[in-house]
Design a protein around this ligand. Structure first.
Ligand SMILES: C[S@@+](CC[C@H](N)C(=O)[O-])C[C@H]1O[C@@H](n2cnc3c(N)ncnc32)[C@H](O)[C@@H]1O
Length: 196
């Protein structure tokens, strides 16, 4: 769910039935290029899409759940993950930064320095109530093309892990939180649909 460019989906073995959902056609285009026909990809919202199939596992990774800003939206997504699992199936949800560890009024720089392109992304982070706001400014240069610049704003919810666990339990999961091994300021929620 919210598979983006399909990078994580591609890590699952192609011998199992894989499906990805994202609301962004641009992200899905890249995912299609990466996965070709070895996975089914669907454009849709993780809160509402119905694939009419149940899976052994649902993954929602790299903090995509943070884009849902209210408990109601998060619970709609969790209920949908539940709906798409077989009994005994597991949902793995990687949360966004935990509230005490989010550092507002900071700036960040990320660069890509390939032969095909040079890209710089400068990000400013701020906090409005329980929402983190990241403004991203890009400068992208590719050989033989005019240099482009563009901006994005990302708003992501700052939610206590206990509140996420409560929402998961409310829709029927048995859930636990663990520190993300890759990003210590984030939690990984492992939620089992009971029934085996
Ligand atoms: C940070 S990316 C994560 C991509 C992917 N999960 C990964 O681990 O590489 C966030 C993705 O969530 C998608 N997204 C955000 N809200 C969504 C929603 N309500 N339903 C489906 N996709 C959503 C965005 O389009 C974007 O591709």
């Amino acid at each position: 769910m919210a598979c983006g460019t399909g990078h994580h989906l591609a890590m699952l073995p192609p011998s199992i039935a894989r499906a990805g959902v994202d609301r962004s056609p641009a992200m899905l285009r890249i995912a299609r290029g990466r996965l070709e026909r070895s996975a089914s990809l669907f454009r849709g919202d993780m809160r509402t899409i119905r694939l009419h199939r149940a899976f052994d596992a649902v993954f929602c990774l790299f903090s995509a759940i943070g884009y849902l800003l209210t408990p109601r939206d998060r619970e709609a997504a969790f209920a949908n993950f539940f709906r798409h699992l077989v009994p005994g199936g597991v949902a793995v949800v990687e949360g966004w930064i935990v509230p005490p560890e989010f550092r507002p009024n900071t700036v960040h720089l990320l660069t890509y320095n390939g032969d095909d392109a040079k890209i710089a992304r400068v990000t400013t982070s701020s906090r409005v109530g329980t929402t983190s706001v990241m403004r991203m400014y890009y400068l992208a240069a590719e050989p033989g093309r005019p240099v482009r610049s563009f901006e994005e704003e990302h708003r992501m919810a700052l939610v206590e892990p206990t509140d996420i666990l409560r929402s998961l339990e409310r829709v029927g999961f048995h859930a636990r939180a663990r520190k993300s091994p890759s990003y210590p300021a984030r939690r990984i929620f492992v939620a089992v649909r009971p029934g085996v």
